[in-house]
Ligand binder design. Structure first.
Ligand SMILES: [Zn+2]
Ligand SMILES: [Zn+2]
Length: 380
């Protein structure tokens, strides 16, 4: 399918506009207004205020077999953009460093293309624009609660992917994006003078032993064929060089690709903390919060796409990612498929990763993303 030049030009303009005016979480008011206006202009039936400031539009055709949903996310990140784009973020400390500007623009571009060729459609299409992807619990759950998946047979999502060259499409079957959980711990010992440690219970020593002990969990309690990550990311303790603190706080990011590995990891993290604190007569609090659900690519949907896509551009099977994505909640409800869209271009110097302040995407990928949406929408 040759995409009309005006659709491509408008998609680039839309992406750059959203990039210049990024919005956080569910506060995506300007972005929603822009999306809504474009969908209404296409004559689509638009449903607004779904979940946390999400919306969707339906394109219905006579004698439709199924309803297929295509989903984009709209929110930016609390990060200061660096680099020298001519269309840099105009909002201090907020920027589209995860490519959701491109996701929104591509789905709007695809909606224009699909509406033009709606006579060829065999299925009803639902265009879903979701807010608040970057936060936990995220924007997918409230949209599901508001019925966004009702009457939907399959849902697809795509994410720009800076480890893949523009033109390449990565596809996994089964577990595709990890479950990113959060562990928060407080260890309470007995504070005192740094000169008399024997009169204290030093929580820093206990935390150090615990962090070291935890390194053996992935190495010795998880099969070499399973994936798991435990990263301690925050340690907070102490106020002065001569005081042993009373407490220490730790935070960690726990990432897995299966429920059984996650359950085992959580159990071992607790046991080691309990035993380490017991050994030192310290107390602890252990708060484990579930992150986004695992994104699971339905094997039938994946296989169908494998046959539809040009094998020379397809990376299949692409390895799953340990990053999280709230598309996972849709994939726990109905057959789903999440696709990695290459956006890297070393010749143009576009290599920074998602969530980097230098992240950028090769805008040539927008055309490929629209093609991908069209292919999915037109499948029989
Ligand atoms: Zn992100
Ligand atoms: Zn993202």
């Amino acid at each position: 399918m040759l995409i009309p030049t005006n659709i491509l030009t408008e998609t680039v303009q839309t992406r750059r506009h959203i990039h210049q005016y990024p919005e956080l979480g569910s506060e995506v008011y300007q972005t929603v207004a822009l999306v809504r206006q474009e969908l209404l202009a296409l004559g689509l039936e638009v449903h607004s205020n779904i979940g946390k400031n999400g919306l969707y539009a339906d394109l219905n055709v006579p004698n439709a077999g199924k309803r297929i949903a295509l989903r984009a996310d709209m929110d930016a990140l609390p990060i200061q953009e660096l680099g020298d784009k001519s269309y840099q973020s105009t909002i201090k400390g907020i920027a589209h460093m995860c490519g959701h500007d491109a996701h929104t623009a591509m789905l709007l571009g695809a909606a224009k293309l699909i509406v033009q060729y709606k006579d060829r459609l065999q299925h009803n299409i639902r265009f879903i624009f979701q807010a608040d992807e970057e936060n936990i619990p995220g924007g997918a759950i409230p949209m599901i609660e508001d019925g966004v998946l009702e009457g939907v047979d399959a849902i697809y999502g795509q994410h720009v992917w800076p480890t893949l060259e523009t033109g390449k499409i990565g596809l996994c079957t089964g577990p595709t994006m990890g479950q990113p959980d959060i562990l928060e711990i407080t260890i309470t010992g007995k504070g005192g003078h740094a000169a008399y440690p024997h009169d204290t219970i030093d929580p820093i020593i206990i935390a150090a032993q615990y962090i070291n002990a935890v390194q053996a969990i992935v190495a010795r309690n998880v099969s070499a064929l399973d994936a798991a990550v435990v990263s301690f990311t925050i340690i907070e303790a102490g106020t002065a060089h001569n005081i042993i603190p009373e407490t220490i706080k730790l935070s960690a990011s726990i990432r897995t690709l299966s429920l059984s590995v996650k359950t085992n990891l959580k159990k071992r993290l607790y046991q080691l903390l309990e035993q380490t604190c017991l050994a030192h007569d310290a107390h602890f609090e252990f708060n484990y919060s579930d992150g986004h659900a695992l994104t699971y690519n339905h094997p039938d949907l994946t296989q169908k796409l494998v046959h539809l896509l040009d094998p020379k551009n397809l990376i299949y099977p692409h390895p799953p990612s340990m990053a999280g994505e709230d598309f996972g909640y849709y994939s726990q409800k109905i057959p789903a498929c999440f696709i990695f869209l290459g956006c890297r271009n070393e010749a143009k110097g576009i290599t920074a990763m998602l969530h980097s302040p230098y992240f950028d995407l090769d805008e040539d990928c927008l055309e490929i993303g629209i093609q991908l949406w069209y292919t999915i929408a037109m499948q029989s």
